[in-house]
Design a protein around this ligand. Sequence first.
Ligand code: FUL
Length: 480
Amino acid sequence: MRDEELVKIVPSERQARYQELEFYAFVHFTVNTFTDREWGDGTEPESVFAPSRLDAMQWAAAVKSAGMKGLILTCKHHDGFCLWPSKYTEHSVKNSPYKNGQGDVVRETAEACRAYGLKFGIYLSPWDRNSALYGRGKAYDDYFVAQLTELLTGYGDIFTVWFDGACGEGPNGKKQYYDFPRYYEVIRALQPDACINVCGPDIRWCGNEAGETRPSEWSVVPLRMKDTEIIKEKSQQEDSNAFRERKLTAMDTDLGSRAALEDEKDLIWYPAEVNTSIRPGWFYHTYEDDKVRTADEMVDIYCSSAGGNAMFLLNIPPTPEGLFHENDVACLQEIGEKLRAMFAVNKAEGAVITASSEKEGFGVENIRFEKRSGGEDAEGELPVSCWIPEDAEGPWEVTIRFDKPETVQTIVLKENIRMSQRVEAFTVEAETDGGVVRVGGGTVIGYKKILRIEPVKAESIRIRITDARTVPTLAFAGVY
Ligand code: FUL
């Protein structure tokens, strides 16, 4: 496909706004927390669910301290136990000792999120190992949609519905073929601004659970990527042959280079989300208290995911008491401190910024401040402002000149993704007292590129975009 066609693929409004969240939390909590398992089998009695000190405000405060913008709760995991008193099953908090059956963990979490200015999202596992309806076709879909409706109508704004790809047999040994189109319709009707992730059309699973991002993460990918069948290898049991024949999976390295897209007829905007846990498991286990990952590692993942044209979804599992463990709380706090320190002073803000050329109405001044939709800079649904060069041919250059030499160790670049993802290759140079040196570079920029470099004392920084689909855009350049 030609460049002119590629740059026509742009995000929906909900996708563009979702990407701006960058970093948000996953909270895995269910009967597994009490049985010390990762996957429940659906036979756990409701009586095991007995958090003695559950405090969703404590979760939200800790999430907020890390600089995260939202929280996704496992309202129902594969074991089928509902954290809210669903009308459609007995397998829920209403038959548990928690608050004598009067508790609603979904409500408490949604309220805590609102109190802390966090967005609230739901994880609802399509795979339900408890429901007798599982594997009975439409009867199960009706049940699933009824529960989805409870969650989408009873708890305020929902920013995402996270559909896991893991899928196996139900209690009767049968497999269920989910009516995803129907689920999507219900979500669009009830929460039109919510993204549907993983087994959904808006946000794609990055392909691993370790926290890795591809070196070149593209948001414009073949439409085939969206097929729910090929999203997760785990979900492939009976269909493994069909899966392999497709030759394209969420795990492939190159999903969107010009070469990868050459023979594709249908493309979509489908950005990646990197999900990993702060501990080895998704659920809490006492024996992992000393295995909480370090804040430095989490900051590295933030920089390579949120700063690698993806989003970062970090899981923190509450203890059986219903609290985040103190080690996890300390880690979250430290992540926040490190990130705030890293981006405290943008040295480009007061610098002289010039460009090799400027297209009328798209001057380079537009890159001085970081803008978000809905902020002062946003005019309704219009794209955020950006720099576009006048010259049709590259390299295209932007120079950021300080009034005195500055030590630089981090550079942040952002394209205006409302105009698609265009940059294919760029380098960054520093003008030092020993001459001009190349300090970094890469392939894609996309929503955001965070480039961490060896600290260098520079009079100026030059960004050279050497290859782009048609011409590049830059919405922001920050120097720290
Ligand atoms: C997987 C699940 O099987 C895990 O338990 C966890 O929820 C993870 C986020 O997704 O597919």
